[in-house]
Design a protein. Sequence first.
Length: 180
Amino acid sequence: MDERRMVRVSKYLARHLRHDPQRIGLTLDAGGWVEVAELLRAAAEHGFTITPEELKEVVAANDKRRYAIEDGRIRASQGHSVPVELDLPALEPPEVLYHGTVGRFVTAIRREGLRPMSRHHVHLSPDRETATRVGARRGAPVVLVVAAGMMHADGHVFRRSANGVWLADHVPPGYLRFPS
Ligand code: HQG
């Protein structure tokens, strides 16, 4: 499969496994899972045919491991806007994590800290490079340093999604370091 097709299939999966399953008549279970066969059938019925081989390839080759397949079912590993309970265990984070954003959000972030916005959690990256890429999706990236160890010591809960993204409910501004 070429890169363009791969991206199209991956975006189609993100749309329907994270945000809008109803658009193609899918219902996710409480954990966000749906039968692979049902997904492929619903997609084909709505004019976007994905072969089982393509699906496997996208799930396996996806550099960000956005999707997980288990027992014939598939779900997005994170990033949902529909309500799902991922049942990720709380975990002790590394001392620092990073968050990539852009300059136009910085004033609000200084005031309110990091909020989940349209997602269920604030997404934090394990390294500066990843955070830089995340920020660059929107413009010139600005990387914030998150005092995750201190937050954890203060009782904030951290989880890590299947693809290594760290999740928190909120990061108060006092735990953020902004570039000068
Ligand atoms: C910003 C991609 C104003 C926040 C990536 C971000 C990631 C605030 C935007 C994953 C704010 C939300 C997540 C506040 C946060 N005021 N703006 N108080 N608090 N923001 O897309 O972190 O492709 O929901 O800085 O690789 O950019 O989906 O979050 O700019 O892992 O797999 O509000 O999405 O992965 O944007 O990205 P998003 P994100 P996928």
